[in-house]
Design a protein around this ligand. Structure first.
Ligand code: GLP
Length: 241
């Protein structure tokens, strides 16, 4: 594992964007796993700028997002499809038909999750998976529990995640209670992993995830067993490491 404490949040975003750009330039038809949340917004802006400057093209890239709220249509302004369009897909030269986000509007969890796994497999698997870190150690929406879930599945969000994500909704009652997420097995099958983390409120969980025991109670800790992981944190998130 490469663990990098960047000079600032901006430096974290630039380094992460460079890491992704290196993959895309080396293999223009690569398969990227993408993430939502506040943390990757800066790095998506860097990628958009690189694309506008002609340094990078997403024309042949395929993407799979980690997760989506169950019950939100793609047009909902808090859906992850909407987020991705707003921050990346509508701003770069990507073929939208090659972008994948679990189908949140479809209540048939078994069908949605099986189709997602099949689509990832049909694309040849994920080359580089981008991750953020939930304040409770979740990756995607794999919440702390007794086992590591393997494949894409429907989860009940924990109260702490609902609380953390409520800042983006009008009120807490609007936050969906369930989500579709890639499983830990899906994430671990990616050839390479890039995680970005920022903020003092994540300092403790960063330390536990990457320097503590591997346990499903801290889902991100499993990444210690992945052979190719880069973690880039800002100075605040890295202050206990
Ligand atoms: C959500 C997403 C995660 C993300 C996490 C942290 O719960 N499902 O994939 O990593 O939030 O987001 P933020 O960067 O906003 O702290």
């Amino acid at each position: 594992m490469e663990f990098i404490i960047a000079d600032s949040a901006e430096d974290m975003s630039r380094r992460a964007a460079d890491h992704i750009a290196d993959w895309v330039c080396a293999d223009p038809a690569c398969v990227l796993g993408l993430a939502t949340g506040t943390t990757p917004i800066g790095l998506y802006a860097e990628l958009v700028a690189d694309c506008a400057a002609g340094k990078l093209s997403f024309a042949d890239v395929t993407t799979f997002n980690l997760d989506e709220y169950r019950g939100l249509a793609p047009e909902h302004d808090q859906s992850y499809r909407y987020f991705m369009k707003q921050h990346l897909f509508d701003k770069v030269d990507i073929d939208q038909a090659r972008t994948h986000v679990p189908e949140g509007a479809n209540p048939d969890a078994d069908a949605v999750c099986a189709a997602y796994e099949e689509a990832i497999e049909a694309a040849g698997g994920i080359d580089l998976q981008l991750l953020g870190l939930g304040p409770n150690g979740h990756i995607g929406f794999n919440e702390p529990e007794d086992t590591f879930p393997k494949t894409t599945h429907c989860v009940d969000l924990t109260e702490s995640t609902i609380q953390a994500n409520s800042r983006l909704f009008d009120c807490i009652d609007d936050v969906p209670r369930q989500a579709y997420t890639m499983g830990i097995g899906t994430i671990m099958a990616a050839r390479s992993i890039l995680m970005v983390v920022e903020g003092a409120h994540k300092a403790d969980i960063v330390k536990r995830a990457f320097f503590g025991p591997v346990t499903p109670q801290v889902p991100a800790s499993i990444l210690q067993f992945h052979p190719d992981v880069t973690v880039i944190v800002d100075p605040e998130a890295g202050k206990l490491c």
